[in-house]
Design a binder for this molecule. Structure first.
Ligand code: CO8
Length: 258
């Protein structure tokens, strides 16, 4: 499908989705978010895709929700449309792993979108922030909740109340991102990580993603039980037999997603 505000390429089992509104620093408007939701649903359905990389430009992953589109909206508009809740759900309901490859600004809704990815690889130029307070509003698509879980209350409060930006080094130190690499190497690093994921059994990848995400939704003992049951169930797969046989035969496993 042809898109206006994103570019999608599928190669070697990885879907690369690039936000593409360069004149607006990839500000998230309704067209872009609708297209992103569609692209993610398509990637999830596409048997050739085993991992997804979501990225922006070198200058901006995304500088937030589109302020120009939003500015004249009323409470009733926002409430009745449930502003971008459906599109946000489409991101978090994607079952295949999503890597956020972040360079430049990831602000407001852009930071929130990056945090909806399964993990973030950042370039050393990345800047994260929840500056909505400067516009007389607050984060609206998970920022107060997700950032707090990533970096703790004190830093999250600091970011949401002052609107200050966090650079890549601080983001890595605080647990917001998994790796920081020089800007020029960002896409190689993200695509390399995606390739590694694509080589695994997709059944195990989906189970790992589901289990880690339970940690944010439930108690420790329930989460551990959930993990244990998923772990047990993987012994019903041919890929478990293949993975463990390959280890003993000192060869690469050939997973068949069965
Ligand atoms: N919305 C609309 N247009 C934007 C946005 C934005 N969020 N950010 C940048 N742009 C546009 C600018 O208006 C400008 O366009 P034009 O040339 O037509 O005037 C162009 O992008 C380039 O921007 P700048 O000239 O400002 O570039 P600078 O390098 O000087 O500054 C900054 C870069 C610091 C990123 C600056 O653009 C900025 O502060 N942007 C706004 C950041 C912000 O406040 N983000 C939060 C938005 S609110 C939000 O995200 C709410 C989330 C809750 C719901 C989420 C649903 C998805």
């Amino acid at each position: 499908m042809a898109f206006e505000t994103i570019i999608v390429e599928v190669e070697d089992h990885v879907a690369l989705i690039k936000l593409n509104r360069p004149d607006a620093l990839n500000a998230l408007n309704s067209t872009l978010l609708g297209e992103l939701a569609t692209a993610l649903e398509e990637a999830d359905q596409n048997d050739k895709v085993r991992c997804i990389v979501l990225t922006g430009s070198e200058k901006a992953f995304a500088a937030g929700a589109d302020i120009k589109e939003m500015s004249e909206k009323t409470f009733v508009d926002m409430y009745l449309s449930n502003f971008f809740a459906k599109e946000g759900d489409a991101v978090v309901n994607t079952r295949k792993p999503i890597i956020g490859a972040v360079s430049g600004y990831a602000l407001g809704g852009g930071c929130e979108l990056a945090m909806m990815c399964d993990f973030i690889i950042a370039s050393d130029t990345a800047k994260f922030g929840q500056p909505e307070i400067n516009l007389g509003v607050i984060a609206g698509i998970g920022g107060t909740q997700r950032l707090t879980r990533f970096v703790g209350k004190s830093k999250s409060m600091d970011m949401h109340l002052t609107g200050r930006f966090m650079d890549a080094e601080e983001a890595e130190r605080s647990g917001l991102v998994s790796r920081v690499v020089p800007a020029k190497k960002l896409m190689d690093e993200a695509m390399g990580a995606a390739q590694k994921i694509a080589e695994k059994s997709i059944i195990a990848s989906l189970a790992a993603k589901e289990a880690v995400n339970r940690a944010y939704e439930t108690t420790l003992s329930e989460g551990i039980l959930y993990e244990r049951r998923l772990f047990h169930s993987l012994f019903a797969t041919e890929d478990q037999k293949e993975g463990m046989a390959a280890f003993q035969e000192k060869r690469e496993a050939q997973f068949r997603d069965k």
